[in-house]
Design a protein around this ligand. Sequence first.
Ligand code: C2E
Ligand code: CA
Ligand code: CA
Length: 781
Amino acid sequence: MRQLLGNASPVLAVVLAAVVLPAIAAVAIAHSPTAPTIAAFKITLTLAAVSAVGAAVRTALLSRGQARLAWSGLALGLGGFGVGVGVRAWDALSGRERVFPFEADLLRLLLPLGGCVLVLLLPLGLGRMSRVRLLLDGLVVAGSFVIVAWIGALEDAYRNRPGDRALLATSTAYPMFDAALVTIALLVFIRALPGQRLTTGLITAASLCFALTNDAAVSYIVAQRYSEHRVIAVGWLAGLLLFAAAAIAGRACEYRHAFAVRPPSSASVLLPFVPVAAATVATFTREPKDLLTSPTTVAGGLLIAAFLARQLLVVGENRRLFAAVTDQALRDPLTGLANRAVFHDRVSHAMQMRNRGGVSVAVMALDIDEFKMVNETFGHHAGDELLNLVGLRILTVVRTGDTVARVGGDEFAVLIQGDDDHSHVIAHRVAESFDLPYAVDGQELMVRASVGLAVADSDDPDVGAEELLKRSDIALDAAKTSRVAGVHTFTAEMEADFFAAGIVPPTPQSAATGARGSAVRLLGELRRAIDQGQLTLVYQPKLDLRTSGIVAAEALVRWPHPERGVLSPDAFLPLVRRHGLMGAVTDLVVRRALDDARVWHDAGFAIPVAVNVSAPSLGTARLASTVSDALRDRGLPASALIVEITEDVVLEGLEQASRVLRDLRAKGVKIAVDDFGSGYSALSYLRDLPIDHVKLDRRFIAPITSDPRAAVVVRAVINLAHELGLATVAEGIEDAETLAQLREYGCDVGQGYYFSPPVPFERLLAMLANPPWAPMSAKSN
Ligand code: C2E
Ligand code: CA
Ligand code: CA
């Protein structure tokens, strides 16, 4: 695109010249058709031809392979035309008058031929058979043209003016060749890919200029109105300049050397039928015996042959197109690896072979860590490049028989057959292949990957393909959460962790079908629960530590599961995140929380509600619009909402996160950094991110009464936050001692079981109306 824009202005300038110069020339010739004017025009024409040759030669030199050949073809054609008009210009200058046609005029026929070479050879992703078909289409149109022109106009002139025969024959040859060129160029243009349209469009326009000019020329010659013929010659000037523009545009043309599947448009399939029909109709106006003695016999014979050959090719091309489409359906378009459907198919097949007493089968699942960051930092182009390189590298470390597939955005999978040891060796080789950097966009990138492996060996013969794939997924999940590098091989414990991390005891049903069946079902149920808005919210009050008044309520999501009871976020948020449902959950929570906030505002408690926003939601611009729409719909001020973000949000992409946060904050929404002090906290976030509150993590607060060092750190962070103008919130306050200490340190707000666990909405309303902690300050906020 950048290339195209950079190239656009010279192209535009030449196109403009192709409009303006011929217009001036036409006016000049029409106004004073004297010898000097004509001579000047002929010189202009020659100069235009020379510049067009120059442009084409330069493009040829700048291109490689077949493209170079193609542009050389055009250069040669333009050269022939140039010599033709050059000789005429020389004659005009030396005052010599020659009759048309003579040898140099015939050189001009090289131009449509060169044009045909150009459009047929340009590597635009057309198969060889498609090109042959295009050539035949050109011939069919040219043949039809001769028949129609002969019967319609030429025949009489030819029979009645024997002296003009050579003139008539050559001047018919031009438009005939032109008709072929225009046809081919137009068909190529119709099938061009977006990056090829400018070039092919200009070639078509140039060809059309020549065709129309030469058609007009013939009609004047047939009618013996030679002087008017001079004015229309300005069409050649336009055509030459348009060819020059095409050559310049061609330097940025996006070539395709591989066959690109493009279903031919109906226009291109039907096009040759029109002239053939016209030719057929024309022949009906003549007696058969007249036709036999005219050039129409030859043209007609050729026409029929070309037409039949073309139809045969169409059948062949359709078959090839079908094969290519089938092939593409099996491949991932970006990396050329097998796609998910094919991979699953191969795994099923491998498992069937195993059941017939074959070898063991293993599936390796791989996911690039922090791939999103690559996309955000270096752009999607770099992301695509990286995916390609990763695919290639995996291919080089597996054995030839192993199937490598890209099964999702940044997820790859490998099917390994052989004995168990093999699968482990290969999985480790793949994991280790990430020790070397990737060269993306001229930079060396160190990329990590999480690798999960599941092996179906002879120990458990009941395992099916579905089960094996699921297990590799679970192993991958474990690899991702463990943060320990290397291959993670599936174990039964992983499975238990995966679904049941926090999930209450399995139902009798799930015990019967096995934990895995239940996980699949759980995901289905989760989707339904989200779609039907079955998730609910509980609220935990935040208290001002000085007044003990409620200053905010944090919304915490729950899933009241029909069989398993109320599930806490830890039990299902990992599933939400993994299956891309976080956006939907955030939307639901924001709306529901603001619905409730509207109610307590109406009841006279103007405190904000805090919602948790985790990783993928903040990466999207959608959050800001969800929030402002939801506020507006309920007539709530932006101060009615606090957004709590966790640090992992920030880790996923500081740039994007800050942008979204700044957006929200500009609207008046307050931002809190959640869980500060856990995990990867960096003090610099407090300085760099647009935030208002810092929530000190529970695990950070808990030890302050027993560990003096922890106490010092908490006190220091509180002071630092205050220095930076941020309010501090302590979470997980469980006892009076901790509360007293935090009060002493000057912490602003507190939250925890000591005050209240998260409670249903109705209970919160009651607490607001009747605060158990500080009756005096009930409505102070
Ligand atoms: P969080 O944002 O740190 O929420 C506080 C968690 O600590 C809540 O757990 C709360 O019940 C618990 N908690 C509160 N006071 C105490 C205390 O004194 N002692 C102890 N031990 N725990 C206390 P919950 O509700 O299970 O939520 C867990 C996490 O799930 C939340 O941590 C938050 O990160 C996430 N989460 C909850 N709701 C949502 C939501 O709507 N969207 C998103 N994205 N994440 C949510
Ligand atoms: Ca929170
Ligand atoms: Ca927290």
